[in-house]
Design a protein around this ligand. Sequence first.
Ligand SMILES: Cc1cc2nc3c(=O)[nH]c(=O)nc-3n(C[C@H](O)[C@H](O)[C@H](O)COP(=O)(O)OP(=O)(O)OC[C@H]3O[C@@H](n4cnc5c(N)ncnc54)[C@H](O)[C@@H]3O)c2cc1C
Length: 285
Amino acid sequence: MIPGSFEYYAPRSIDDAVKFLAAHRDDVKVLSGGQSLLPLMKMRLSKPAFVVDIGRIPGLASITEEGDHLILGALVTHAQIEASELLRKKCPLLPQTATTIADVQVRNRGTLGGSIAHADPAGDWPAAIIALDAEIRVTGPNGERWVKCDEFFLGLLMSVLEPDELVTAIKVPVTGNDKTAYTKAAPRSSGFAVVGVAVRIGLDASGNCGRAAIGITGVTDKAYRPARVEQMLIGKKLDAKTIETAAAESTRNVEVIEDINGSSEYRKHLTEVFLTRAIQEALAR
Ligand SMILES: Cc1cc2nc3c(=O)[nH]c(=O)nc-3n(C[C@H](O)[C@H](O)[C@H](O)COP(=O)(O)OP(=O)(O)OC[C@H]3O[C@@H](n4cnc5c(N)ncnc54)[C@H](O)[C@@H]3O)c2cc1C
């Protein structure tokens, strides 16, 4: 369980990090919390010749409010999110999701940016940020670009990130009166989602659903938005029948995976159950 040898570089600026990535783009890995990268390196599933530790770059670990949005730096840890009073008030879905990740040790080291860049199909953050219609700031040799989270994840551990680009921040909305919840079925051993569902529901003046945004993780090779379910909820009174009928569509057109944690039939069933539960939990808040 000892990684292969590599050259370690700890830049003090995003510019320097990006230059180093560009110079070694075929054989370099970014290190944030190390909670996914280091196990892979120790098992020799990843053998980069160069590792760029971005942990000493200032300004990447803050949570700030900008108008009706919140900006979270890439190095903000799961634990920071869990403990943030600002997020509890302005975007409670994030602290709630953080509490479901692994254990205290992992939450103390693991970062939001690292999780998103890693694009693990069972990671919790991808579902939460889809439900929040978040945007991801990507910084590379040509400067910055903002990528909508729906367009960021491409498949198993794959995203639109180029090898010389960094995730530097995540922008989420202040959710105001909207109701949010994250529900997750996970084995105790790892805590990774077999199914994880994040929802954001906005009710209009007559109590009907005016906004529905849903992110689902653990079910297929990347987190996804069940657009048909969202459409079936919007404009309706969210009674038990409406929620159940919509939830039945949650895996439509999705290739549901099967693994040691469950068959695809089981995952489909869990997705419907946890989606229903997430909506009910959100409405009860
Ligand atoms: C025992 C255990 C249980 C876990 N359980 C859960 C769980 O229940 N839910 C969950 O969601 N996660 C879980 N995780 C994963 C954990 O959340 C990690 O923190 C996360 O996946 C990666 O974040 P990191 O900061 O540790 O990234 P790292 O491990 O440092 O990096 C991960 C990958 O992303 C790249 N990378 C990192 N940061 C950036 C960046 N800013 N820009 C570009 N590329 C970058 C790295 O090069 C690497 O390829 C678990 C991990 C462990 C060890």
